[in-house]
Design a protein around this ligand. Structure first.
Ligand code: UDP
Ligand code: MG
Length: 327
């Protein structure tokens, strides 16, 4: 028998809780271990500062089935922080983060468990296609994965969302990571372990609407790259060296030409171009530097990643014992 924690960050999802619980509980109840016994499970919601009746819906679900529980954060901390909270409070031997909108089919959990039994510690879901995403979203996502993996040592698997299965060992590693910037895909990639994937089709969101607009995705992308790579900081030294070298050669050429042929028209246009170009470069590199310094400030403050206001329900005690044993 295995103990599973399904971890679900939610923000303003009152209509989604009911259908999610109904479908996922049915899938989890249907799971069998190799000996044919039912698996033990919990669904752990992280209420990420919802303003609507999400929490009430969760409480209703908890009263009907105590295996459904939640922690409620004191305000909206963002999905990555909510997921961190979930990983810290989950007690299962395997932990499965999933979105509440049923875009990721819970039936895939059985396939993930099968791979886990083969000895993989991370089984991430990879979308077979992104047909449910708009063309611009697909293109920017593609570009992002490429940029990230080109700049960073820890390659993140392309088109894998947060829907995955994590062994307790991996969860413990993630929980020990002290950084405030929780770009979870990057943290998963860094942790290593034996990783594999299962493919699935991602469907349209059933109820409610997406919480991620392009600006939020852009911020997430910057979080991802700055937390995983220092290339954007270093590239300026090479660029500067290159420009310095070229101007040195050009200076030599001007010197020789002036000595041989004297001074002709003053080069106003070329001077302005050089000044504006270098001014632009300097501001850009300063901006990049500022981006990293700002992040250092956030890390140096050592504030908690999230604040828990309430807990709804409690983990099953024997599940807790399993976690302690590290079984
Ligand atoms: N979410 C959250 N905090 C936020 C934004 C979103 O916990 O600040 C949750 C949301 O309720 C959902 C999951 O993160 O369960 C994924 O959000 P969404 O479906 O809007 O993202 P998309 O699938 O469009 O990338
Ligand atoms: Mg979604």
């Amino acid at each position: 028998m295995t103990t599973l924690s399904v971890v679900v960050p939610v923000k303003d999802e009152e209509e989604a809780i009911g259908p999610f619980v109904a479908q996922v509980a049915a899938v989890l109840d249907g799971l069998r271990d190799p000996a044919g016994a039912a698996e033990r499970w919990e669904i752990l919601f992280i209420d990420d500062g919802s303003q609507d009746a999400t929490l009430a819906a969760i409480i209703t679900a908890n009263l009907a089935d105590p295996r459904i529980r939640a922690i409620s954060l004191s305000r909206n901390f963002g999905k990555e922080a909510a997921l961190s909270a979930g990983l810290e409070h989950a007690v299962g031997q395997v932990v499965i983060p999933i979105d509440v909108d049923l875009q990721d089919p819970p039936e895939v959990i059985a396939a993930m468990l099968a791979r886990w039994r083969e000895g993989f510690e991370v089984v991430y879901g990879v979308r077979r296609n992104r047909l449910t995403d708009s063309l611009p979203k697909r293109m920017t996502a593609d570009l992002y994965y490429r940029a990230h993996n080109w700049l960073s040592m820890d390659k993140i698997p392309e088109h894998a969302g947060d829907f995955r299965l994590l062994d307790r060992k991996v969860v413990d590693v993630i929980n020990r990571m002290p950084e405030r910037n929780r770009f979870m895909k990057g943290l998963f990639a860094w942790s290593g372990f034996r990783q594999t994937s299962v493919e699935y089709d991602r469907v349209e969101r059933k109820v409610g609407q997406t919480k991620f607009n392009y600006w939020k995705l852009w911020t997430l992308a910057i979080d991802g790259i700055t937390s995983a790579s220092t290339v954007p900081l270093r590239v300026w030294s090479y660029l500067g060296a290159g420009i310095a070298l070229i101007s040195l050669l050009y200076a030599g050429f001007l010197l020789v030409r002036t000595m041989l042929f004297g001074v002709d028209v003053p080069g106003y246009a070329s001077m302005m171009t050089a000044i504006l170009f270098l001014g632009g470069m300097q501001l850009l590199s300063l901006g990049v530097l500022g981006e990293y310094v700002g992040r250092l400030l956030v890390e140096a403050k050592h504030r908690p990643i999230y604040v828990v206001r309430d807990e709804i329900g409690a983990p099953a005690t024997d599940m807790d014992a399993m976690k302690m044993d590290g079984a």
